[in-house]
Write a protein that binds this ligand. Structure first.
Ligand SMILES: Cc1cc2nc3c(=O)[nH]c(=O)nc-3n(C[C@H](O)[C@H](O)[C@H](O)COP(=O)(O)O)c2cc1C
Length: 167
């Protein structure tokens, strides 16, 4: 069971939650959901709204789902689910149904898919999407280090419509 809290009531350290515990980014398109692990991104305030910032490379199958939907979720799984995060961060939904394979239980908040196994779920509504432009990098060493194939992330800014927390 989940209850809804205000984003300000979130006690977890976001640096740890995103960078160390990792997130599952999940979206649904044409009645089918896909998910992938993410450990980059952030949350804060943008355009006066509680917002999440997510970065997705062009080759991710999940990108098609995020692009094809108004909404997506960010699910923080408990620490006992590390294997699932590793799996969803290395295998592509193009090759198999990761959600079924991992035994994840798909649930919906309105139209937005998320997982029952989550401890914290952010329900997000897309506000903005833009591919990172090569000429906008002020520190060019980032390009060589992270983008040898020039596969720049698309940045999504999304309003956090709801925060669900496991009771
Ligand atoms: C710890 C971890 C963090 C990751 N973070 C991101 C990320 O923030 N953005 C991204 O595009 N890919 C990230 N990935 C890679 C995707 O999760 C991975 O390529 C996944 O298999 C994509 O699945 P899909 O093709 O079904 O979308 C991460 C992988 C791991 C293991």
């Amino acid at each position: 069971m989940f209850r809804t809290i205000n984003p300000e009531e979130l006690n977890d350290n976001l640096f740890k939650m995103i960078g160390r515990d990792w997130l599952l980014v999940t979206a649904e398109k044409d009645g089918k959901a896909n998910t992938m692990t993410a450990s980059w991104g952030g949350a804060g305030i943008m355009w006066g709204k509680p917002s999440a910032f997510v970065f997705i490379r062009p080759q991710r199958f999940t990108k098609e789902f995020v692009d094809g939907s108004q909404e997506f979720s960010l699910t923080v799984l408990g620490s006992s689910h590390r294997e699932i995060l590793n799996y969803c961060g290395t295998v592509s939904g193009r090759d198999e149904d990761k959600i079924v394979k991992c035994g994840l239980t798909l649930a919906h908040e309105g139209k937005t898919p998320y997982f029952e196994e989550g401890n914290i779920v952010l329900i997000c509504r897309k506000l903005f999407a833009q591919e990172l432009a090569e000429n906008s990098f002020l520190d060019k060493s980032i390009i060589e280090k992270w983008y040898p194939q020039r596969d720049y992330h698309t940045m999504y800014v999304a309003e956090i419509e709801k925060v669900l927390i496991k009771e």
